[in-house]
Design a protein around this ligand. Structure first.
Ligand code: ADP
Ligand code: MG
Length: 241
């Protein structure tokens, strides 16, 4: 689905976490939001997901205004850095939970639910792990479970907040490549938040650079490298002039 954000503002006391952010994603696009710690990336993602309010501005998904639409009705899949898997639930149950939180009308019956869970685990390539608990699998595998759970709601939009942060460098590179491949197959509009410029440049069709609550440049990686809009952008993407 398309996503359009305009003039989004979010304040916490004296801090302006989002200072009038506008951006638009086309259907099936993969966009990275890149910026240093504290630049407002997570606040933006949480606002999109409906987990955080906004003081001004507008969010539209597929043209529809999201004001007043609760998180569970937005049909957005979210993956956080720490995975937030349920430790007392098996891999199967974690993914099934994603299916159970659907609106009542879209909730599958038991046999159908099991079929859908297995389909999702096959999609993220860990069909053999369904009986394990989160502490019995690796970090990269946990990340795949979190992604399967996010995909279980048939999201119209996928939001990822520093999803590879807890992985070591080698696994991170592998999971990154795999995620991009999965995106290309599913064609799901995706917004990934990261402070890692290499990750943003490698994965995304376009990169939105944030500095202190503002979106300072939004371009395809080659354009960002060729013509950074400010010394901040130039410095951040490692091509300081
Ligand atoms: P990032 O994800 O880019 O590191 P955040 O969106 O988490 O940045 O934070 C942006 C700013 O808003 C920071 O200054 C942070 O301290 C502040 N902030 C975020 N969430 C809260 C909150 N719940 N209460 C107070 N301040 C917050
Ligand atoms: Mg953050």
């Amino acid at each position: 689905m398309t996503l359009a954000v305009s003039g989004l503002v979010r304040r916490f006391g004296d801090t302006t976490a989002l200072d009038g952010v506008s951006l638009a994603l086309g259907e099936g696009e993969f966009v990275a939001v890149l910026g240093p710690s504290g630049s407002g990336k997570s606040t933006l993602l949480r606002a999109l997901a409906g987990l955080e309010g906004a003081d001004a501005g507008e969010i539209r998904i597929a043209g529809r205004d999201m004001a007043g639409i609760p998180a569970r009705e937005r049909q957005i899949g979210v993956v956080f850095q720490n995975y937030a898997l349920f430790r007392h639930m098996t891999v199967f149950e974690n993914v099934a939970f994603g299916l159970r939180v659907r609106p009542r009308a879209a909730r599958p019956a038991r046999a159908e639910l099991a079929r859908q869970v297995r389909e999702l685990l096959a999609l993220v390539q860990i069909p053999e792990l369904e009986r394990r608990y989160p502490d019995q699998i690796s970090g990269g595998q946990r990340q795949r479970v979190a992604l399967a759970r996010a995909l279980a709601i048939s999201p119209r939009l996928l939001l990822l907040d520093e999803p590879f942060g807890a992985l070591d460098a080698l696994v991170r590179r592998e999971v990154r490549r795999w995620l991009r491949g999965l995106h290309d197959r599913l064609g799901l509009t995706t917004l990934l938040v990261t402070h890692d410029q290499e990750e943003a440049m490698e994965l995304a069709d376009r990169v939105a650079v944030m500095e202190r609550g503002r979106l300072v440049q939004f371009d395809a990686p080659p354009a960002l490298l060729a013509a950074p809009a400010s010394p901040f952008v130039a410095g951040f993407i490692g091509h300081a002039t």
